[in-house]
Design a protein around this ligand. Structure first.
Ligand code: FES
Ligand code: FES
Length: 210
């Protein structure tokens, strides 16, 4: 008797479940459809990149890195980690280096951006590019555009007496010591380990001894 009761309850449960499933599967399609995703917000931004003005309409979530690479086809700037940890995406904005993967393009309306393509050309290299070639400051080259932009910005900081975390005397003229160079370039990672050659290249352009 006990077994029969259990069996009856189970059977009722199965029948109820089947009925519920049938009800759901016969609902009109429109009632089952997930709500349509919201349209992404777009914004206008005017960037001057390597001396040329560009007016862009972008998804407001577009990073400066993606704007350069995907919208302006300036693929010299590399995407490494996309999380602000490797420096491959370094560009110079209004004279200061930034990680372009961490910055939204719409935040740079009216800004002047310099990428590796704007520093020199194959026929007329920027002195920092020439020094990297001379000193073998790269192997695979993936980090190199970011390294060079960062190096150029470093020399700009020294010229402008901008202190760093390791600057000892804030009243003295800034100098590119090894400690200063390593600190200022510390955001640019080279997986190939070309660091000593990179240091030689930068110190030569700075007119300092490594
Ligand atoms: Fe931007 Fe790595 S790609 S810091
Ligand atoms: Fe290969 Fe730096 S040269 S990562």
């Amino acid at each position: 008797m006990e077994r029969s009761g259990i069996f009856d309850m189970s059977r009722r449960g199965v029948l109820a479940g089947s009925a519920a499933t049938a009800a759901v599967t016969t609902m009109p399609r429109a009632a089952q459809a997930a709500p349509a995703p919201a349209e992404p917000a777009t914004g206008h931004v005017s960037l001057t990149v390597n001396g040329e003005r560009h007016d862009l309409t972008l998804d407001t979530r577009t990073t400066l890195l993606d704007a350069l690479r995907e919208h302006l086809q300036l693929t010299g700037t590399k995407k490494g980690c996309d999380h602000g940890q490797c420096g491959a995406c370094t560009v110079i904005v209004d004279g200061r280096r930034i990680n372009s993967c961490l910055s939204l393009a719409v935040m740079h309306d009216g800004d002047e951006v310099t990428t590796i393509e704007g520093l020199g050309t194959p026929d007329k290299l920027h002195p920092m590019q020439a020094a990297f070639v001379k000193h073998d400051g790269y192997q695979c080259g993936y980090c190199t555009p970011g390294q060079i932009c960062s190096a150029v910005a470093t020399l700009g900081e020294i010229a402008d007496d901008v202190p760093s975390h390791v600057t000892q005397d804030l009243t003295a003229k800034a100098r590119l010591t090894n400690d200063e160079l390593r600190e200022r370039m510390s955001g640019n990672i080279c997986r190939c380990g070309a660091y000593s050659n990179i240091v030689e290249a930068i110190t030569e352009v700075a007119g300092e001894k490594a």
